[in-house]
Design a binder for this molecule. Structure first.
Ligand code: AMP
Length: 215
C-alpha cells in the first residue's frame, strides 16, 4: 500500500496517518517530522531548514526529494508506506512519480477541512518533541506537567504553530500544495475525506476507503 495523505496544516492527516500506519504495520513518513529531528540534532539539513520552517515556508524541492529517496530505500518501506506532508509541490509530485516509475502510488487521500477550523486546531495543538504525539488544548489536553503520556518526552508548542506563522502556512498550502488536488484527480487517484468530523469518525471514513481500495 503506497499512499499520500494530502491536506492543509491542521487537517488531521498526521493523526490519521499514525492510526492507519499502526493498523497496517507500515511506516508513516512525515517530512515535517524528519526535518524537525534534523533541526533538533543540528545537522546540516536541520541548519538549512530551521529558518524556513519557522517562517512557514517550504524547504527546497531538491532537498526534500533527496530525503524521500533515501527514506523510501529503507527496508521497512518494502510493503508500503503513508506519505504524510509530502509531496507539497507539483515538482515534488512529479519527482515522486519519476522515483516510483510504473508502480506509482495507489491513492492520494485528501482531508478536507474549512480554514476557520484549521486555524483553531493549529494554534491549540501541542506536540511531544520526542515521539511527535499530538495533543490539543481544547479537545485532548496534554498533562499539566507537560510530560508526554506516550513516551515521557516534553510536550511543546511548535514554533510554527503560532498565529503569526499559521496564516503564511495556509497561504503557502493554497498556492503550492492545493494544485496537487487536480494533479491526482486527473490520474483518478484522488479520494476525499470529510476531515471536519471527530477523529474517530474520520478514521472510520478512512478505513471504509481502504476496504474499497482493497487493502
Ligand atoms: P508539517 O509538520 O508537515 O506541518 O511541516 C512543517 C514544516 O516543514 C513545513 O511548514 C515546511 O517548512 C517543512 N516541510 C515539511 N514537509 C515539506 C515538504 N514536503 N516540502 C517542503 N517543506 C516541507
Amino acid at each position: 500500500m503506497r499512499l499520500i495523505f494530502l491536506g492543509a496544516p491542521g487537517s488531521g492527516k498526521g493523526t490519521q496517518a499514525a492510526i492507519l500506519a499502526k493498523s497496517q504495520g507500515i511506516p508513516q513518513i512525515s517530512t515535517g517530522d524528519i526535518l524537525r529531528k534534523a533541526v533538533k540534532e543540528g545537522t546540516e539539513l536541520g541548519q538549512k531548514a530551521q529558518e524556513i520552517m519557522k517562517r512557514g515556508d517550504l524547504v527546497p524541492d531538491d532537498i526534500i526529494l533527496e530525503l524521500i529517496r533515501e527514506r523510501l530505500a529503507e527496508t521497512d518501506c518494502k510493503s508500503g508506506y503513508i506519505l504524510d506532508g509530502f509531496p507539497r509541490t507539483l515538482e515534488q509530485a512529479k519527482g515522486l512519480d519519476r522515483m516510483l516509475g510504473d508502480k506509482g502510488i495507489q491513492a492520494a487521500v485528501l482531508f478536507e477541512v474549512q480554514s476557520a477550523t484549521l486555524v483553531g486546531r493549529i494554534t491549540s495543538r501541542r506536540v511531544c518533541v520526542d515521539c511527535g504525539e499530538t495533543y490539543n488544548l481544547i479537545t485532548d489536553p496534554p498533562p499539566p506537567d507537560g510530560i508526554c503520556l506516550r513516551c515521557g518526552g516534553k510536550v511543546i508548542h511548535r514554533q510554527d504553530d503560532t498565529e503569526e506563522t499559521v496564516s503564511n502556512r495556509l497561504a503557502v498550502y493554497e498556492a503550492k500544495t492545493a494544485p496537487l488536488i487536480e494533479f491526482y484527480e486527473k490520474k483518478n487517484k484522488l479520494f476525499r475525506i470529510d476531515g471536519e468530523a471527530p477523529v474517530e469518525h474520520v478514521r472510520d471514513q478512512l478505513f471504509t476507503l481502504m476496504r474499497r481500495l482493497g487493502s
